[in-house]
Design a protein around this ligand. Structure first.
Ligand SMILES: [Zn+2]
Length: 50
């Protein structure tokens, strides 16, 4: 399973198998909303909530 680091807390988030580029999920450690910016390598970015 692919793992990518949370940009908010550096927790290593295991990627759900159905997650696709552009999908948003919640970091299980800090609760931040993170978007999968890139698939290869998997990179998360914080979602800015205005
Ligand atoms: Zn986090």
């Amino acid at each position: 399973m692919a793992i990518s680091e949370c940009p908010g807390c550096t927790f290593h988030i295991p990627l759900p198998p159905n997650l696709e580029e552009g999908d948003v999920m919640e970091c299980p450690d800090c609760g931040a909303m993170v978007k999968l910016k890139s698939m290869n390598p998997p990179i998360f970015e914080l979602v800015k909530e205005d």
